[in-house]
Design a protein around this ligand. Structure first.
Ligand code: G6P
Length: 368
């Protein structure tokens, strides 16, 4: 490989640390910084007021970026969103009725199932928009429109910086859609864009506390199973956290919507299984707190990723393992992605696993 790890021992560490810079660069491509509004590049020529349905497709980490975007498009733009993994979408052959837009998310732009799904929607006569990192890729070329992520080359097999750049693009698109669909006021757009523009500085702040995450990671190395919980925007991030942890450390990790705990996974809880809970102060914080209390009441070993001031107010500050700064609820997934990535990275590193090239995995899955 010609790429350079710089002062880092792994590409993944380098790519995690590059995020403030590449996410900032990506945001600048979608935002008019002087006026604090979204300004889409010419490659994204879509009238969000003219569609009534959005179908989002991707694989792996890109799929989870899409699952987060579903909340944004529905809540900020009142746009109904369906989301699927590409391997299911392409063979299910869902009806493409109505005035829809198909949105594909892919770092490489070469994932076979995602490409097949794109071709299916093209044949169905729907316009398509690809959020891609490799701008010369097949998916970038074949889609009707392209929204680039400016993450630069990503070498680590587990996606990190491409993921947060995808989130930045998707949030900018959702804010823009909210404006043109008349859901967001000009003031609200400015507030949300302000939160987006503030992301790189907050990412730097969180990266400065990397050693706190390392301490937690050392404890995880002794475990065989982990539960990862979250609600709202933090639910798909919990799924991504579990994916990262299992693919890098080979520890069995399951992500769950915190509210689903009582429908099954609560049966697993005892003192041996760490339960990682993503608990930012947002609209569903109180609900997440009740789930934390359910776990605590059963002697569960809670690892809270959250805002200590919010946690103190509800009497759970003692559970905070990874302390996060207060953040605007809309950008929580971008900021909380950092400890989630670092936790998987350090756990695998301490366990001596091949972080950049986990067993059985490929960076880009170009065959079925
Ligand atoms: C592989 C990689 C993942 C990636 C997924 C989708 O499984 O290991 O990191 O999220 O493919 O790849 P894409 O290039 O389409 O984003």
């Amino acid at each position: 490989l010609l790429a350079d790890k710089g002062n880092y021992s792994h590409f993944m560490a380098k790519e995690i640390h590059e995020q403030p810079e590449v996410v900032g660069r990506t945001i600048a491509h979608y935002v008019d910084l002087a006026n604090g509004v979204v300004a889409l590049p010419d490659t994204v020529n879509i009238d969000f007021a003219a569609i009534d349905r959005l179908v989002v497709v991707g694989c792996g980490t890109a799929f989870y970026a899409g699952a987060i975007a579903k909340y944004w498009f529905e809540q900020l733009a009142g746009l109904p969103v369906e989301i699927d993994v590409a391997s299911e979408f392409r063979y299910r052959e869902p009806p493409l009725s109505g005035r829809g837009l198909a949105l594909f998310i892919s770092q490489s732009g070469e994932t076979a199932d995602t490409l097949a799904s794109l071709r299916y929607t093209q044949q169905g006569g729907w316009p398509s928009l690809a959020v891609v990192n490799v701008q010369t890729s097949t998916i970038a070329r074949e889609s009707t429109m392209m929204a680039p992520t400016l993450a630069g080359p990503e070498i680590g097999v587990a996606s990190t910086k491409a993921f947060t750049c995808q989130l930045a693009v998707l949030l900018a698109l959702a804010i823009h859609a909210g404006r043109v669909r008349g859901v967001l006021s000009a003031e609200r757009e400015q507030e949300l864009v302000g939160a987006l523009v503030g992301v790189p500085a907050l990412m730097n702040r969180v990266l400065a506390h990397e050693t706190d995450v390392e301490v937690v990671a050392r404890d995880l190395t002794h475990t065989t199973d982990v539960l990862y919980l979250g609600r709202g925007l933090s639910y798909p991030l919990a799924l991504e956290g579990a994916l990262k942890l299992k693919e890098l450390s080979y520890i069995h990790a399951e992500g769950y919507a915190a509210g689903e705990l009582k429908h099954g996974p609560i049966a697993l809880i005892d003192e041996t299984i760490p339960v990682i809970v993503i608990a930012p102060r947002d609209g569903v914080f109180e609900k997440t707190v009740s789930n934390i209390q359910e776990v605590a009441a059963r002697g569960g070993n809670i690892i809270l990723i959250g805002d200590r001031s919010a946690a103190s107010e509800v009497g759970i500050a003692g559970e905070t393992a990874i302390e996060m700064p207060p953040v605007h609820p809309v950008v929580v997934p971008l900021i909380y992605a950092i400890p989630v990535q670092l936790l998987a990275y350090h756990t695998a590193r301490v366990m001596g696993k091949d972080v950049d090239q986990p067993r059985n995995l490929a960076k880009s899955v170009t065959v079925e």
